[in-house]
Design a protein around this ligand. Sequence first.
Ligand code: NAP
Length: 332
Amino acid sequence: MKAATIDRYGPPEIVQVRDVPTPEPKEDEVLIQIYAASVTSGDWRLRTATFPDGMGLLARLAMGVFRPRNAVLGNDLSGVVVQTGSKVTRFKVGDRVIAQCGAGGGAHAEYCCLPESGAIALMPANLSFEQAGAMGFGGGTAVHFLKKARLKAGEKLLVNGASGSVGSALVEIGKAMGAEVTAVCSGANAEMVRALGADHVVDYTQTSYTEGGQSFDVVADTVGTTSYAEAKRVLNQGGRFLAILGNIAAMLGLARGDKAMGHSIIGGVAEESAENLAELTRLAEAGKFTPALDLVVPLEQAVEAHRRVETGRKRGNVVLTMPVLHATQSSS
Ligand SMILES: NC(=O)c1ccc[n+]([C@@H]2O[C@H](COP(=O)([O-])OP(=O)(O)OC[C@H]3O[C@@H](n4cnc5c(N)ncnc54)[C@H](OP(=O)(O)O)[C@@H]3O)[C@@H](O)[C@H]2O)c1
């Protein structure tokens, strides 16, 4: 099968599309023929070995000290189950699915094997493979953190980095949960985040979200350009700060919020689960979550996709499409 591979850490140009062995499912695994997969900020981190403050050593030990342990990147995919192991009961051949591959990656390829107990769910009937292939990374992270924050209807949610993959999903899913959403992004993306449902937009190139006289119940940071110390000034009693791009203290749950104000700081790595993906499918089918797409290119143009992600300015998601999708589209 074809896959986009890396054999060292480096710039987008190190990504090579080449033939690699097609994986074979174990008895508890499904073989998924991948139709579309997103190239994420997580793939950028793994390709360049750029990790949040204080996480570099731990991440390198896990991902490969001198070169990446896994040649095929990619976390987030849509596709069709084409083979099942003898003990698989949750899925059958022909099921259209979305899935996340964990830190090990493997989605930037024509096929991957995943345990049926992993982060796999049926794909929403109303989304294209391209859209569905960009649901898990941003959407799964948004669902994870908004659940941890126990976001309630009527609460005020502020999203810093609202036009990125995670940020755009936080806006959509925050609205779906009944929150009043303020999106922080550059002016050029104001219309985009309004279209996703944001009630208010703050252009960070003109002003700070702490200056507008508004206060919030939840502040989510996906960029690292704000902090709890800053957000504290506008967090209500009982407020939560989501350190989605956290440093090591937030990642390990060591950062503490103001006790008298009842503030909490929520960090860590988003859990990838079948339950969260199924929740995203329900939201999509209810018309409440449609991942924003920036660039969609065939697998052969993986370098171009990585270049776009590397800018740090993508609007929503960048997606690779696989040969089977082109074959299906040209025959229909
Ligand atoms: N904790 C976890 O488990 C977890 C899970 C997933 C992702 N993450 C992390 O979350 C971060 C965001 O991921 P992502 O995929 O959403 O990134 P992304 O899609 O690359 O984010 C790009 C967005 O960031 C915005 N941005 C850039 N500079 C900004 C600034 N100064 N203020 C506000 N917005 C700014 C850009 O908007 P403008 O062009 O409008 O500036 C752009 O739309 C990454 O660092 C990733 O590693 C963590």
